[in-house]
Design a protein around this ligand. Structure first.
Ligand code: ADP
Ligand code: ZN
Length: 710
């Protein structure tokens, strides 16, 4: 398992639960995998697929996602394909032929296709070793994305009683979990549930007063970061997207009012890093697995906590920090309530109200955001300070705000409890707006008594008074401020009010965490990655994730062997892209006089890699004593193929290894010839051409030599 993990994925250790889940699958048992976004669910079926003799069928709801996953697998050298309605008859047929010849390890299909009786029959003629049902919450009406065709998947257990089923989802509620297990008829299945805490996400809620400028302020200094901004309406999406474009940001809109072609194009441009920002309604998201999204902004209120968790979950899939910013205003709350009122169905209306209330509580609360979110999913979070939310990290200082509160309450009283927040603030500030003058409110005692604070500050005092129960928002058409029982003693001077102390200036941007990497080199590697990706027509993250690039900018790998130590660099990627990246890094180091500190990253992953290095070193020592491969293998008690792979790595690292000691020159010539015809990416066609007398080890050694020469 570990060998495959390194070879195909470039990782040296598993994420939590992955190993246990894989063992369970290898023992042919059904499993239910409940892990949040970014926790590495795909590996749970992709790795066992490599160990099975037959094919693993992955059922996935979205076509765009399938292509993406298959591209990722192919880039890692794993034979995979997908079948869905986007393919022509001939393309489908070609894949069927591959399946019949058992040439594919993983096949992605959409449920509609899978469920065609003819296709099920076809599958029965193959050796299917596992069904993996991705996004399995789509099966449940209780989930946030019910798809009727998913319901039919229960036939899998009837038609393939002996093939294990793995259901995967990132949806956390208990009702949905039970429903999935029941619907799929999973037997004696084991449930693997990871914590839903997304440690790398930073949650913050900002009072929304001038959202466009607040967003600009936030984006300032994040021009190259990818992000998603969610709005409620199509109109808001369009306006914000063009506003950002006008300010020089590369932003595109995405909503259900655009044609399917335009939507696909915009999504595509986002995942390919042609644009940094997608402004979207919630229609956007399920279809993308872009790992390097650095922030998710809610410009408007989301619909529910569950929705909010899923949407924010799209940030930081790669494990690097992600920001989740929600702009909250009571006016938005009002707007949503207004929508809900118009719903016909009483039951639906009740559910919507409940979801809204829960969300408002989340926004208003002064408790750790993480704790509230996790509690919603039935998980207790006990740490006193999570270190990753505004409540914990930017605790608010309070002051005696009685006078400010009295001014507000009295102003609400004197204007007859008939106006909204902004009007009251205008009165306090002595604004000369027409409506105010018409109402003769410039003659009130409270007119213009609030010049000591800015508009924004008064707005936030009022919001706080609402939260504290001194004021309430009411009204049919638009929100109106009303007094509350609790306001009396304050107005009479019998009760003091403690308010959050005004900040010097409103901090919108938090300091970037984990900033210790070489930004200039990172940008250069990103540019290189983009060029290569465009040449191949794949999204940049298919080549390397940001995580891998960042690691490179920390340890400055100077050779292919160094590069192989980077997480996410498996064999295939090493062969394909290694040289280009090493060259870029070496040049950069030379230009900037950087002396790469060799092993400067003592992580667990890193030391595991170091152990690997010392075993290679042992092989090298024996080679220097002029032992042959079989002799070294015998002496070390390792397989011949392992020793060959050590020598391969040494060659790649530019060590002085003479190929002539290992492969006869005649064979070398022959292998080089076939490389010239068939390429070096995949070795099986090369081996086929060469015939019986040649081993994979020999071919790989020659390939390493050719690469180094190039
Ligand atoms: P999920 O489907 O649960 O959202 P993914 O399968 O997309 O998660 O994986 C999330 C990220 O973690 C990906 O960038 C993936 O390459 C990476 N990853 C998965 N397993 C490991 C591992 N064992 N070591 C390092 N990175 C991993
Ligand atoms: Zn917290």
């Amino acid at each position: 398992m570990y060998d495959l993990l390194q070879k195909y994925f470039g990782y040296t250790s598993f994420y939590p639960l992955q190993e246990d889940i894989i063992k369970e699958v290898l023992a042919q048992r059904d499993v239910f995998v409940l892990m949040p976004t970014g926790s590495g669910k795909s590996l749970c079926y992709q790795l066992p697929a490599l160990l099975f003799t037959g094919v693993t069928i992955v059922i996935s709801p979205l076509i765009a996602l399938m292509k993406d996953q298959v591209d990722g697998l192919l880039a890692n050298g794993i034979p995979a394909a997908y079948i869905n309605s986007s393919l022509s008859y001939h393309e489908v047929d070609a894949r069927r032929q591959q399946l019949l010849k058992n040439e594919l390890k993983i096949l992605y299909v959409a449920p509609e296709r899978l469920l065609m009786s003819e296709f099920l029959e076809f599958l029965r003629g193959l050796k299917v070793c596992l069904f993996a049902i991705d996004e399995s919450h789509c099966i449940s009406e209780w989930g946030h994305d019910f798809r009727p065709e998913y319901r039919q998947l229960k036939v899998l257990k009837e038609k393939f009683p002996h093939v294990p089923v793995m259901a995967l989802t990132a949806t956390a509620t208990q009702v949905v979990q039970d429903d999935i297990i029941r619907q799929l008829n999973l037997s004696r299945n084991k449930v693997f549930k990871a914590s839903f805490n997304r440690k790398n996400l930073y949650y913050q809620i900002k009072p929304k007063h001038d959202p466009f400028h607040q967003i600009l302020q936030y984006l300032n200094g994040r021009r190259t970061d990818s992000g998603i901004i969610y709005c409620q309406s199509r109109k808001a999406v369009e306006t914000l997207a063009s506003g950002l474009q006008a300010k020089g940001y590369r932003a595109l809109p995405y909503h259900a009012g655009l044609t399917a072609e335009v939507r696909t194009e915009h999504q595509e441009r986002f995942i390919r890093d042609d644009v940094e920002i997608i402004v979207a309604t919630i229609a956007f998201g399920m279809g993308i697995h872009k790992p390097g999204v650095r922030y998710v902004i809610h410009y408007d209120l989301p619909k529910s906590i569950e929705g909010y968790y899923q949407e924010t979950g799209r940030a930081g899939r790669d494990g690097l920090p992600g920001d989740c910013v929600l702009f909250f205003s009571y006016a938005d709350k009002f707007k949503i309530e207004h929508f809900i009122q118009q719903k016909e169905d009483e039951n639906e209306r009740q559910i919507a109200y409940k979801q809204l209330r829960e969300l408002i509580t989340y926004c208003e609360s002064n408790v750790c955001r993480r704790r509230v979110l996790l509690a919603y999913f039935g998980e207790q979070f006990e740490e006193p300070n999570c270190g990753g939310c505004d409540v914990c990290v930017e605790p608010k200082e309070r002051f005696d705000g009685t006078i400010a509160a009295q001014k507000i309450l009295s102003c609400v009283y004197r204007t007859g409890e008939r106006f909204g927040i902004n009007y009251i603030v205008d009165v306090l500030l002595g604004a000369r707006n027409q409506k105010l003058l018409q109402n003769r409110h410039d003659t009130l005692k409270t007119y213009g008594v609030g010049k000591e604070y800015a508009k924004v500050q008064w707005q936030s005092f009022i919001r706080e008074l609402i939260q504290l129960g001194y004021l309430k928002l009411d009204g049919d058409e638009y929100p109106i401020l009303k007094l509350h029982e609790k306001s009396r003693p304050v107005l009479l001077g019998d009760e003091k009010v403690s308010l959050i102390k005004p900040a010097e200036k409103i901090p919108v941007q938090k300091a970037e965490r984990s900033d210790n990497y070489d930004h200039t080199l990172f940008e250069r590697l990103r540019a290189l990655r983009k060029t290569l990706a465009d040449q191949e027509g794949v999204p940049p993250y298919i080549i390397f994730h940001d995580t891998s690039l960042k690691e490179m900018t920390v340890s400055y790998p100077q050779s292919l062997l160094d590069l192989r130590k980077i997480s996410g660099v498996g064999d295939q990627k090493l062969v394909k892209y290694g040289k280009a990246f090493v060259e870029e890094i070496v040049n950069y180091c030379e230009e900037n006089n950087i002396m790469p500190r060799q092993f400067c990253q003592p992580s667990a992953e890193f030391s595991a890699k170091q152990q690997k290095i010392s075993t290679i070193q042992l092989t090298f020592d024996l080679y220097k004593q002029r032992l042959t491969i079989p002799e070294i293998a015998q002496k070390r008690g390792l397989a011949v193929s392992t020793i060959a792979s050590h020598l391969e790595k040494l060659i790649l690292d530019g060590e002085d290894i003479s190929l002539d000691d290992l492969v006869t020159s005649e064979k070398q010539q022959q292998i080089r010839k076939v490389f010239a015809e068939a390429g070096m990416q995949t070795l099986s066609p090369v081996k086929e051409k060469l015939g019986e007398g040649y081993s994979y080890e020999e071919i790989r050694l020659v390939r390493a030599k050719v690469m180094v020469e190039r």
